[in-house]
Structures are given as structure tokens and as C-alpha cells.
Ligand binder design. Structure first.
Ligand SMILES: *Cc1c(COP(=O)(O)O)cnc(C)c1O
Length: 368
């Protein structure tokens, strides 16, 4: 691996392939695989990642918003792209780029039919989401009849899939709740299928759903975090490889005398002689203020160097008193061994948040 000379996010495409193969080994061969590449593919790089995954033959992609789907189309992605949370204002852009909307409420459904009809479309592929307990987006069970009637009354759209989302698939203490979500989804699917006289694809599982609920794999699964190397449990993490390494370089070393302070607001005041290293990344790069004041750390020459004082916008200072290092040496925020999950925990958050926070200012470097 190249040594960092500035702050970079290194992305290992071989690890991505390993994770895809592992996740696919956990689902039946005929089950389709949708790769979730929203939020810049969880902070990595949506276009590079999607291109690689398209090459590896995933069946579907999903993004959260229309503009994310447009970026993928512009980067040469030709596979179907599901937009998980489209807004009415973007419908014509969505259609223009052959993106497939999640229609999650009567308002969204009716407005989409209107726009697609105005643009003279018929059988435009759409997906309908059901709320089975997350209470975030989706039609309720009581709206199935309305939905069936609306679908039967139009040829403008074609129902490609119905789906739902699990609220606690990684939490085995919530197994009963999850099984109830799965049953509710099956019941809804049965009633709808009967009413419209055909069977759309069904999908429900995110990464932890894939790993923990084989009975809910249905026709397709949707994986995000697993592709990026995190399985939401120690056991599953062992089978996956984190694809990204966030690393940087020591800009300057300071020798702090007792009574001196470090950083804004003098949040750290030294009682003993301390050696610090200043690193060129801060909260504007994705290391938020909760990581400051001894919570978060970096790895320098194999040793943990805790963050000293407050995180600045463009810099952090770390304690290297007991570390043999010099200006220009590399510092690792997270990699495959010192994981984003571990670092995220120091700020009481989760890998998802730390990964997606790595800002666009950080250069992406791909290992192929
Ligand atoms: C983000 C998202 C996923 C992916 O979840 P992971 O836990 O990252 O695998 C799947 N489905 C929906 C609806 C999502 O919003």
C-alpha cells in the first residue's frame, strides 16, 4: 500500500469483491442482489464502486435521492437504479434518467402517475414500499386495497417490486419484532398479489437481514454496509473486509510544557511534558468534535495516539508522548484492523455515520 503523503481515503476494490462474494454465498443463487450505493457509496465513491459492482454483475443499484442516481447514469451505470426516497420535484429528472422510484405514499404515487402520464409513458417501472414497523416510509397494510385499485386503473406504471425495511435486523433481542415484520410483509404481498393478479418481486433484507433472516430473502436482497466490509456483529465482521482506510500524515510535532494548553478554548491543559502531532484533517473532513478530548485516536507506527483537546475544522492534535515517530510519518484513522466501527464507538456512534461523514475534500485512492 502506498504511504500517505496527505489525507486520503484508500479504497480496496478487491475487498469489495470479497464482500460481494461472501454476501452472495449467504443467499440462494437465484436471489437477486441489489447494491446500496447511496451517500457516495457510504462515503467511498459511488461511481467507482458502482462501476466495479456493475462489472461484477450485481442486478440492481439503490440510491436515496434522484441526483445520486443521475450521477450514476452519467458515470455509465446502465443497470436498474432504485431511488429510495424520491421527492415530487425531481420526478421528471428521475424519468429522464430512467431511474426507478420508490412510491411510498398515496401522494407520491398519484403525483408520479400524473408526471409519467404527462410524459406519455406506459409501464414505467416503479417500486412500492410498505411500512411493517419501522414507521419511516411506506404504505400501511390498510392501504393495500386502495393501492390495488389505483394500480389496476392505470397502464402508466408497472409494479416491478414491493418491498419493506427491517427496523432491527442486527439486534437478535428484537427477533420477535423482526419475525412479525416479515409476516406482515408476506401477508400484504399475498393480498396485493391476489388483487392485482400478478406477482411483483419482493425484497426486505438489508445486510443484517441477509445474515440473520434467511427466511426473508425473497426475490432480492439489498446490501450496503456489508459490501463496505461491516457486518454489525463480531461474528459477521470476521467474514468481511472493510474496504476503506482513512489515513493522513504528521504535519508538525510540538513539545508541550506543563501548564501549556493545546487547541481552541484551551480544552487541554498539560500537567506533564507532552509531545503532540498535528494532523491535516478535522471536523470538515468527517472527524467530528465528539471524537476530541481523548475519545478518538489515530494509529501511528502501530500505537494508539488519542486526540488532544478540541477537534478543529481542518486539523486534530494527537498525543504521541510515548510513540517513536517524526514529521511526515503516517497516521491511520481506520483501516481493516483498526476499524471504523471501533473508532465510531469512541464517539458513541456507528460505522455508518463515520464512513459517510468522510467529506468530499478527502482524496479517494483506489487499490485495484
Ligand atoms: C440504506 C438502506 C439499505 C442498506 O442497509 P445496510 O444496513 O447498509 O445493508 C437497505 N434498504 C434500505 C431501504 C435502505 O435505506
Amino acid at each position: 500500500m502506498p504511504k500517505a503523503e496527505e489525507t486520503i481515503l484508500e479504497i480496496d476494490l478487491k475487498a469489495l469483491e470479497h464482500n460481494l462474494n461472501h454476501l452472495k454465498s449467504r443467499i440462494p443463487q437465484q436471489t437477486k442482489f441489489l447494491a446500496v450505493v447511496k451517500a457516495f457509496a457510504y462515503g467511498s465513491d459511488a461511481c467507482e464502486i458502482a462501476n466495479h459492482l456493475q462489472h461484477l454483475n450485481v442486478d440492481y443499484f439503490a440510491v436515496a435521492y434522484t441526483n445520486e442516481g443521475v450521477a450514476l447514469r452519467n458515470a455509465g451505470i446502465t443497470k436498474p437504479i432504485l431511488v429510495l426516497h424520491p421527492q415530487t420535484v425531481s420526478f421528471s429528472t428521475l424519468i429522464e434518467h430512467q431511474l426507478e422510484p420508490n412510491l411510498y405514499s398515496p401522494k407520491i404515487l398519484e403525483e408520479f402517475i400524473e408526471v409519467a402520464s404527462r410524459l406519455n409513458y406506459s409501464n414505467y417501472p416503479v417500486h412500492v414500499k410498505f411500512n411493517t414497523g419501522l414507521n419511516r416510509l411506506g404504505f400501511s397494510e390498510s392501504q393495500v386495497n386502495y393501492l390495488a385499485e389505483t394500480l389496476k386503473a392505470t397502464s402508466v406504471i408497472k409494479l416491478t417490486s414491493i418491498f419493506s425495511h427491517l427496523a432491527a435486523s442486527e439486534d437478535l433481542n428484537e427477533r420477535d419484532f423482526t419475525l412479525n415484520q416479515i409476516n406482515t410483509f408476506k401477508r400484504i404481498a399475498e393480498i396485493l398479489t391476489e388483487a392485482i393478479s400478478f406477482k411483483p418481486m419482493m425484497h426486505m433484507c438489508n445486510t443484517s437481514g441477509i445474515l440473520n433472516y434467511p427466511e426473508a430473502h425473497f426475490d432480492m436482497v439489498r446490501s450496503g454496509i456489508g459490501l463496505y466490509g461491516y457486518g454489525n456483529s463480531e461474528k459477521e465482521n470476521r467474514n468481511l473486509k472493510p474496504i476503506s482506510t482513512l489515513k493522513t500524515v504528521i504535519s508538525q510535532i510540538h513539545h508541550i510544557q506543563p501548564g501549556e494548553s493545546v487547541g481552541y478554548n484551551r480544552a487541554f491543559i498539560s500537567e506533564t511534558p507532552v509531545k503532540t502531532a498535528t494532523l491535516p484533517l478535522g471536523h470538515a473532513d468527517g472527524i467530528g468534535r465528539p471524537y476530541g478530548n481523548g475519545k478518538g485516536y489515530v494509529i501511528i507506527n502501530g500505537k494508539k495516539a488519542p486526540i488532544v483537546g478540541n477537534v478543529c475544522m481542518d486539523m486534530i492534535m494527537v498525543n504521541i508522548t510515548n510513540i517513536d515517530c517524526k514529521e511526515g510519518d503516517e497516521a491511520i484513522l481506520f483501516d481493516a484492523q483498526n476499524t471504523a466501527e471501533d473508532l465510531a464507538e469512541t464517539a458513541r456512534t456507528i460505522s455508518y455515520e463515520l464512513l459517510t461523514a468522510v467529506s468530499q475534500r478527502v482524496k479517494r485512492v483506489f487499490l485495484k
